[in-house]
Design a protein around this ligand. Structure first.
Ligand SMILES: Cc1cc2nc3c(=O)[nH]c(=O)nc-3n(C[C@H](O)[C@H](O)[C@H](O)COP(=O)(O)OP(=O)(O)OC[C@H]3O[C@@H](n4cnc5c(N)ncnc54)[C@H](O)[C@@H]3O)c2cc1C
Length: 478
């Protein structure tokens, strides 16, 4: 198959780009996704309690507001359905090739040549919307392969396993665990929550949106835009603490500490109290987390896991806990993003080889040596406080700008100049120095050397400003 643009992924990134391409009059494109349904993150993560933790009015496309969100923070099925509906409404669905895994992509002189599970695809331009949090990471505990019960990651929830009345180990206390632990705790016989580092948890303001509010949003779309703007501005204030003045962050710690003290007895507080600056790892909103930990059938285990046996987990202190099932809430391969191994540029190097252990890209999007390749939500576009959809929409404008440039010049290739990419990355790393993410905690934001290839260290509107216009001077357009 021959196409002008091949897009990997049908999440917010892939669907968003497809819509922008159609608006530009480009119809010759294909969206390849290995999943059997549209939605990316929101198709794959079906664990109990799965929901967004950025308000839905902001965590959605600006051009496709949804007056019918049922809650201020919507649950996974609703977000998945929203994306499928938007794909339909904007005429993108016929371009989808689902169940199609991209196994390799190689630059061959003037085109990308893709190997997929449904045969070869040749494309003039390749856009990766393959997702920042897509490949589950499961720690290599000694003996794990010997475990005889069901064991699965939260992003691949096995709904055929009935956890009711079972002894369950939940490993990890990050953004997913904080949602599924309170959801399953009332139904299981015993839940052992294995914690490496305690999260900072804030009170959650999630609530149903009333029929009256929905009517108002439907009647006056401008009002919903106003609410969205207010949420955006409120969240953006957090940049002051995260990036500009990390010393102000302890003000937030007080709120979180009080939240914990309200629900946990003193001996549990000692185990659940973080010892790093709030914001250094992702701040998690939940009203259910601490009450779940305080339940009689829930145990918070802080000793490290030494070994997994056929029917039990043994911690470093020698304690052995019998369990029937293990659920991993242990995050994703982020700094070693899988797409890095698949994409091979000019000269035969993969992205991973070019990155040498730490991803970097110009505006999180283009990489020297990889002509006509654009990465959506690439390196240093992540946020600790606001909607990733805002970052995606910023990059969409940039990619469309690049394609216009190609078209208007009748050119074949566009490739970022190494010096432009280096300048940008040096600036990003300089800005990251003084941020809360560099205050000494261990997090998935950092690579093995302590470099942060993940987060955007500035106001998000600055990112929008910088991606608003494609600057041909930073590229070789030939
Ligand atoms: C549980 C969870 C909750 C989250 N909540 C929020 C939130 O509240 N707010 C927020 O801003 N962000 C949140 N995020 C981050 C979220 O990933 C982004 O907001 C956004 O959904 C990313 O969209 P995307 O399209 O870039 O990637 P994804 O949604 O991850 O989609 C990537 C797609 O690419 C496909 N793909 C990857 N590799 C291949 C391949 N080789 N071949 C074929 N297809 C491939 C995948 O199957 C997937 O469908 C959350 C993430 C998770 C995991």
């Amino acid at each position: 198959m021959d196409t002008t643009v091949a897009i990997i992924g049908s999440g917010f990134s892939g669907i968003g780009l497809a819509i922008r391409l159609r608006q530009e009059g480009v119809e010759d494109f294909v969206i390849l996704d290995r999943n059997e349904g549209v939605g990316g993150t929101w198709w794959a993560n079906t664990y109990p309690g799965c929901a967004c933790d950025v308000p839905s009015h902001l965590y959605s496309f600006s051009f496709a507001p949804n007056p019918d969100w049922s809650r201020t923070y919507s649950r996974q099925p609703e977000i998945r359905d929203y994306l499928a509906r938007v794909a339909d409404e904007f005429g993108v669905t016929p371009h989808l090739r689902l169940g199609c895994e991209v196994k390799a992509a190689e630059w061959r002189g003037d085109r990308w040549r893709l190997e997929t599970s449904q045969g070869p695809v040749s494309a003039h331009v390749l856009v990766s919307g393959a997702g920042p949090l897509v490949e589950p990471r499961i720690p290599d505990f000694p003996g794990l392969a010997r475990f005889e019960g069901p064991a699965f990651h939260s992003a691949r929830w096995d709904h055929s396993v009935d956890l009711r009345g079972k002894r369950v180990a939940a490993i990890g206390t990050g953004a997913s665990a904080i949602q599924f632990v309170p959801s399953i705790a009332p139904d299981v016989a015993q839940l052992h929550v294995f914690q490496r580092t305690p999260p900072w948890v804030m009170p959650h303001s999630s609530r149903p949106i009333t029929p009256w509010e929905k009517r108002v949003y439907r009647r006056f779309p401008a009002l919903q835009r106003l609410v969205r703007g207010g949420i955006y501005a409120g969240r953006e204030l957090l940049v002051l603490g995260f990036v500009k003045h990390p010393r102000a962050m302890p003000l937030l710690e007080r709120v979180s500490r009080r939240h914990m003290e309200r629900h946990l007895p003193p001996e549990l507080q000692r185990k659940a109290r973080p010892d790093y600056t709030i914001g250094c790892k992702r701040i998690l909103p939940s009203n259910g987390w601490y009450p779940a930990l305080a339940r009689d059938n829930v145990e918070l285990v802080t000793d490290v896991i030494a070994e997994v046996r056929e029917r039990s987990i043994v911690t470093a202190d020698g304690a052995e806990r019998e369990v029937d099932a293990i659920v991993f809430g242990t995050g994703f391969h982020v700094v070693d993003m899988p797409i890095g191994r698949l994409v091979r540029g000019r000269g035969g190097k993969t992205l991973e080889e070019a990155w040498n252990g730490s991803p970097r890209a110009h505006l999180g999007c283009t990489v020297p040596g990889f002509p006509n390749l654009f990465i959506l939500l690439g390196p240093n576009t992540g946020l600790g406080h606001s909607s990733m959809v805002y970052m995606i929409e910023s990059q969409l404008a940039y990619v469309v700008g690049a394609l216009r440039e190609l078209r208007s010049r009748g050119a074949r290739t566009v490739e970022v100049r190494p010096e432009a990419a280096e300048r940008f990355n040096a600036e990003v790393q300089r800005r990251l120095q003084g941020t809360v993410w560099n205050t000494g905690c261990q997090s998935w934001y950092l690579d093995g050397e302590g470099r942060n290839p993940t987060l955007w260290p500035d106001w998000t509107w600055r990112f929008r400003q910088r991606t608003a216009r494609f600057d041909p001077a930073e590229y070789v357009v030939a």
